[in-house]
Design a protein around this ligand. Structure first.
Ligand SMILES: [Zn+2]
Ligand SMILES: [Zn+2]
Length: 115
């Protein structure tokens, strides 16, 4: 699958709105969940994938301050807690797309496996 490229990205205090295409596929990524999903070397141990970030250290009112495109493959977010080293690749964001349709597809793929 080619790297997904968003049609539009909008910063809001509550989160980041990504429109994947012009046909109405869009999803809202809430700030705190997105901050907790940061996969940079300061938040996740590179070798083991062990999370280093303590969720309790993230303020509930965390917000994205600025967004910057990284090449054509990702997004860098500067957070209000001063953190800004994480790059969110579009591929990863697309995989985690929280819209109803993608959630349904992921759950469909998992059905039968149990939880
Ligand atoms: Zn990070
Ligand atoms: Zn989606």
């Amino acid at each position: 699958m080619p790297t997904p490229i968003p049609h539009a990205i909008t910063r809001q205090d509550e989160g980041v709105l990504i429109e994947w295409d012009a046909a109405g596929h869009q999803a809202f990524y809430p700030s705190r969940a997105l901050r907790l999903a940061c996969a940079c070397a300061a938040c996740v141990e590179e070798m083991s994938g062990r999370p280093l970030l303590d969720p309790a250290s993230i303020p509930p009112d965390i917000r994205p301050v600025t967004l910057a495109l990284v090449g054509a493959y990702g997004l860098r977010i500067q957070w209000s807690d001063g953190h800004g080293t994480g790059i969110y690749t579009f591929e990863r964001l697309r995989q985690r797309c929280p819209c109803d349709r993608c959630r349904g597809e992921r759950e469909g793929a998992r059905s039968g496996v149990g939880r």
